[in-house]
Design a protein around this ligand. Structure first.
Ligand code: DC
Length: 225
């Protein structure tokens, strides 16, 4: 029997990573956060003094990057640049913006495609991102498009940043969210969109528990179908 894969796509702040991680735990699958991979490339660009929106400069940078993903005994995903664990550093707002810019570059997406497919080739995974159901794993057993209104998503991100001790103005978080949505959905290379065979889960009016159960129910239904 082959391995099973569950693809979860959607915009920033829809709760994808929290919910996908929990779903993976409930099913005994590995959770793969592909946004963290783009973020690590974004961080590397910033540190290298390269404009993350410059396709030629980014393409030239790719052979120099030493990017590694490690899964701890608890299944937690850690991102490394060389020997340095950058799992926390990639969460900063400037890295979010850089990752959105690098993710629009076709050479970057092509570079990361095999890495992502490889992760799903040897175990059962729940993989989240923007193009998992449409491009990376078009044969996924279950595809979910997880979304919520921009205001609900900005509110959650705002609370998350405050809890982490890096508070930001709500209006700025919302503006950032809307701009990132615009970039992610309008870029030419693998834009964010719902796959035709994906189930829609909208968490605008749901709290975390309710969202998780909506997701779990949808996935169980699809796995049976
Ligand atoms: O999910 P996230 O916020 O950590 O993702 C960071 C950026 O990477 C986001 O702007 C979109 C991009 N991304 C992508 O283009 N494709 C993916 N599969 C995952 C993330």
């Amino acid at each position: 029997m082959g391995f099973q894969s569950i693809a979860i796509d959607g915009p920033a702040g829809a709760g994808k990573s929290t919910l996908a991680r929990r779903l993976a735990g409930a099913l005994g699958f590995l959770y793969v956060d592909t946004g963290a991979i783009y973020r690590t490339l974004g961080l590397f660009a910033l540190r290298s003094g390269v404009d993350p929106a410059d396709p030629a400069a980014m393409e030239a940078l790719l052979p120099r990057i030493s990017l590694r993903i490690d899964y701890g005994p608890d299944g937690g995903q850690h991102m490394f640049l060389g020997q340095e664990d950058v799992t926390q550093a990639i969460r900063l707002p400037e890295v979010s913006r850089a990752s959105s810019a690098v993710s629009a570059i076709p050479a970057v997406r092509a570079y990361l495609l095999e890495m992502q497919r490889g992760l799903a080739g040897s175990r059962n995974v729940v993989m989240d991102g923007r193009d998992i159901g449409t491009v990376v794993l078009p044969q996924a057993d279950v595809k979910v498009f997880l979304t919520a209104s921009p205001e609900a998503r900005a509110q959650r991100r705002y609370a998350e940043l405050s809890a982490r001790g890096t508070p930001q103005d709500y209006a700025a978080v919302l503006a950032d969210m809307i701009e990132r949505d615009r970039k992610d959905t309008t870029r030419a290379a693998a834009p964010l969109r719902q796959a035709e065979d994906a189930v829609l889960v909208d968490t605008t009016h749901l709290d975390l528990e309710e969202s998780f159960h909506a997701l779990l129910d949808a996935v169980k239904r699809e796995l049976k179908a």
